[in-house]
Design a protein. Structure first.
Length: 357
């Protein structure tokens, strides 16, 4: 049911935005997230909430507090699949995905839409994500290495005041996506139960010819928690490898092969030391079992490609360097990684030039 809210006085009619929230036993925070959407300075056309709790714990309190919601019950299908279920119901020109433990400042959506209007190639536009104290960055312009290892950019640094800019990857905690692009890409990867859906869709967005933009002056507050269970490493590693193997072109994978092999050896050592070796090995097995899926996904992306790897490879980070990644191995290998990065970038670009000739 569309929300009955007028456009902001003095402002041209805004495109219709369908907000999608996926919740799992986070009723109070979800209510705050919904309230922040209804307080936006531009209207939200509709709010779709997917309750991923098999017990449907959010159904009654959310329906009572917000009878205008479009509420969908799902049986813990995973975050990315639930987002896709919500997006399938949406009727807006834009989709605004908001985590259930996040709240957008009142002018957040307006700022994002302004950037989308000014830059028609911007298929994804995202805000700066702050911790609840509003004094530290949680995410925003996120970073990714050639090996697919990704992390929150400027993590725990003071908030950034800067104009909008294109970035390689960003965060899914709050993400505005053109509905047409989302459907062209088949949305978030339906096979990613948890984690890594945001870098994956950002990379695919660039490769099909669109862009990803980051708007630091649009703010979302996030009650972030990475979790303590080692099970998360299964999903992180599985999805990193699935995305990597299905996204890079064959020639790029060949150039990166020594780096990828060395990274896997290092990760096995780290996993053994930190107690998640079993999850890492499970991820390998799952990736092997998905080899036909990888091949099919590669073919589909190849048919949609508008940019070769050479067009975006400069945007990857030369080192794995983040306070979120506590790895002496990564720090010691930093200089070597940077050298290999330069060589790999040169080779990928040189090969692309030869193919064009």
């Amino acid at each position: 049911m569309p929300l009955d809210r007028p456009d902001t006085p003095g402002r041209a009619s805004s495109p219709r935005v369908s907000a999608v929230i996926v919740t799992y036993k986070e009723v109070d925070l979800t209510l705050e997230a919904i309230a922040s959407l209804k307080a936006q300075t531009v209207p939200v056309h509709e709010i779709v909430v997917v309750d991923n709790d098999p017990e449907f714990s959010a159904r009654e309190p959310l329906s009572s507090a917000h009878p205008d919601l479009r509420l969908l019950n799902a049986d813990n299908v995973g975050y990315a699949p639930a987002c896709n279920l919500g997006a399938a119901l949406a009727t807006g020109e834009f989709l605004f995905f908001l985590n259930p433990d996040a709240a957008a400042d009142p002018d957040c959506l307006e700022r994002l839409l302004d950037v989308a209007a000014e830059h028609p190639d911007a298929g994804i536009v995202t805000p700066q994500i702050l911790f609840p104290d509003r004094a530290r960055i949680n995410a925003g312009e996120n970073e990714i290495h050639l090996t697919g290892i990704a992390w929150c950019g400027r993590y725990e640094q003071p908030p950034e005041d800067a104009p909008p800019r294109p970035v390689l990857i960003t965060t899914g905690a709050a993400m505005l996506v053109r509905t047409e692009l989302y459907r062209k890409l088949d949305g978030y990867c339906d096979d990613f139960f948890l984690y890594y859906e945001d870098p994956d869709i950002c990379l695919r967005t660039w490769l099909v010819g669109s862009e990803v933009w980051y708007v630091p002056r649009a703010i979302v507050v996030h009650h972030y928690s990475f979790g303590t269970s080692t099970k998360k490493f299964f999903w992180l590693e599985r999805h990193r490898l699935l995305s990597l193997l299905s996204t890079w072109q064959p020639s790029t994978l060949l150039i990166l092969a020594p780096l990828l092999a060395a990274t896997e050896l290092a990760l096995l050592l780290v996993a053994r030391r930190e107690g998640w070796l079993g999850e890492k090995l499970r991820a390998y097995r799952s990736v092997w079992e998905a080899r036909s899926w990888i091949a099919a996904r590669r073919r589909k992306l190849a048919a949609m490609r508008a940019r070769p790897d050479a067009a975006i490879i400069d945007r990857f980070q030369p080192r794995v360097d983040s306070p979120q990644i506590e790895s002496d191995v990564a720090r010691r290998a930093g200089a070597v990684l940077a050298v290999y990065h330069r060589i790999a970038v040169w080779l990928v670009k040189a090969l692309a030039s030869l193919n064009r000739a």
